[in-house]
Write a protein that binds this ligand. Structure first.
Ligand code: HEC
Length: 104
């Protein structure tokens, strides 16, 4: 019961929080080592099949990366992206999303 209550409170807190404020862009910059091969350091895809991440909202980037990691986003070229997301924690993803969303 306590656990359910704690989970509900945490869920409410996360919903209320702005995802952009949750992630740390400076920390994210240190976590994009594998991403840059396809998305670049500034979020500009290095080839047409690699989408630009620059200027997307952190909220969108975060939910996209989680969807790949959790196997919910499939089709297209998702098979290339899924393994890249699988080693990331929720915090890593929030930080990376904050970083790429802050690029111009
Ligand atoms: C091997 C190349 C490759 C690497 C490395 C890679 N990605 Fe991707 N990424 C892709 C491809 C291809 C897609 C498009 C997949 C699809 O069709 O859904 C994609 C899609 C995305 C999207 C969705 C963009 C949108 O507009 O919906 C995000 C966000 C993303 N990648 C973030 C990352 C992050 C963060 C990393 C590093 C942890 C990373 N990618 C590493 C190839 C890569």
């Amino acid at each position: 019961m306590k656990l359910i209550l704690a989970t509900a409170l945490l869920g409410g807190a996360l919903l209320a929080m702005d995802a952009q404020a949750a992630g740390d862009a400076a920390a994210g910059e240190d976590k994009i080592g594998t991403c840059v091969a396809c998305h670049g350091t500034d979020g500009q895809g290095l080839a047409p099949i690699y989408p630009n991440l620059t200027g997307q909202s952190a909220t969108y980037l975060e939910s996209s990366i989680k969807a790949y990691r959790d196997g919910q986003r499939k089709g297209g070229n998702a098979a290339l992206m899924t393994p890249m997301a699988q080693g990331l924690s929720d915090e890593d993803i929030a930080d990376i999303a904050a970083y790429y969303s802050s690029q111009e």
